[in-house]
Design a protein. Structure first.
Length: 115
């Protein structure tokens, strides 16, 4: 599949119209129509505008047709794993803080009794 066809596919996957894609990327609707018809090749500037507007797009897919349209799902899995670990650590820290506060209060009570 040509890069022009991949841009067409991207428009369908990311927006409801060429006009909306044009607004998101700053690429004129005329240029997008020329890309769709094959009259124009996709320029490096166009690729750059697309990747800036849609950072989740896999640049290798857009340029070379390799891989998935969106960045590897591994990124999503990794993000979810880190978020899960962060939540666990936060919960652990909260439990530790409660336990430490409880021990401090017991020690203060014991100290008050000694006075």
């Amino acid at each position: 599949m040509s890069i022009n066809k991949r841009v067409e596919q991207l428009i369908k996957k990311t927006t409801i119209s060429k006009s909306a894609f044009s607004k998101a990327t700053g690429i004129s609707t005329v240029i997008l129509s020329h890309i769709s018809s094959g009259r124009n090749k996709v320029s490096l500037s166009t690729v750059e505008q697309i990747l800036i507007a849609y950072p989740k797009i896999n640049a290798e897919w857009l340029l070379l047709g390799k891989g998935q349209i969106f960045k590897d799902s591994l990124d999503t899995e990794l993000t979810e794993m880190v978020e899960f670990q962060l939540t666990q650590l936060s919960d652990e820290m909260e439990r530790f803080q409660k336990s430490a506060t409880h021990k401090i209060n017991l020690l203060r009570a014991s100290l008050a009794e000694l006075k």
